[in-house]
Design a protein around this ligand. Structure first.
Ligand SMILES: [Zn+2]
Length: 231
């Protein structure tokens, strides 16, 4: 098999997909394997708390997101992306950056692309869309289970849906009480396929999106992600 490390890979990767699509898992996998910095929106927001350069406005957002449950505004998410890219350009201590969950609106996608143009990185960017149906999203988020003994979370996937006991310790599996159906339905409306459509349209007009069927087994998806990020 060809060694992907010898191939030239895109430097800026945006992973998008509906809730439960496994985009976070796939983003982490590729980051670890090819020495990219993995940047998740959640981690970025939390990092504001300890960032000496954070502005008072950013600290206010951190407060609103943490304590009032609000979605972070577009300018804020974009600012965090720009900051991570600046750091990458200055330090070059990774092959690139994998953004996980950073693009949730068309506005974010457009502003980030305009910014990357100014840094001459827009042609070095790929959007990796891991797509599953809304029904699959709902099933994965409501049918996840947890081991009563070791607390291992068992995702609802082809590989695991038939398990009766924990693969790690043999403990009994229970459904997760925090996976409330109404909350999950609202999340799928907010972040599911309908919300993603204008973003994917935009990226496909730019010719930088790779669409991957996220309902395949994890390793199959991972293989397609690797092919998608090679120039
Ligand atoms: Zn267990």
């Amino acid at each position: 098999m060809a060694n992907f490390k010898d191939k030239i890979m895109k430097k800026i990767l945006f992973f998008v997909g509906p809730p439960g699509s496994g985009k976070g898992t796939q983003a982490k996998k590729i980051a670890e394997k090819y020495h990219y910095r993995h940047v998740s929106t959640g981690d970025m927001i939390r990092s504001i708390a300890i960032d000496p350069d954070a502005t008072p406005e950013e600290k206010q957002i951190l407060h609103d997101v943490n304590f009032a449950g609000q979605l972070a505004p577009d300018w804020f998410i974009c600012g965090l992306v720009f900051r991570a890219v600046e750091k990458f350009i200055k330090e070059r201590n990774y092959h690139g950056i994998v953004f996980d969950g950073a693009v949730r609106t068309l506005e974010q996608a457009e502003r980030i692309n305009q910014y990357l143009e100014t840094k001459d990185l827009n042609r070095d960017t790929t959007a990796v869309a891991i797509v599953i149906s809304d029904e699959e999203s709902f099933n994965r988020l409501t049918k996840r289970r947890i081991c009563g003994e070791c607390r291992e979370i068992i995702p609802w996937l082809k590989e695991t849906m038939k398990l009766n006991e924990c693969p790690k310790c043999g403990g009994a599996l229970k459904s997760r009480p925090d996976d409330k159906e109404e909350t999950i339905k609202a999340r799928i409306i907010e972040q599911g396929n309908r919300a993603l459509a204008p973003i994917l349209d935009y990226y496909s007009r730019l010719g930088i999106v790779k669409i991957i069927d996220g309902e395949q087994k994890i390793e199959k998806v991972a293989g397609e992600v690797e092919k998608a990020v090679v120039k």
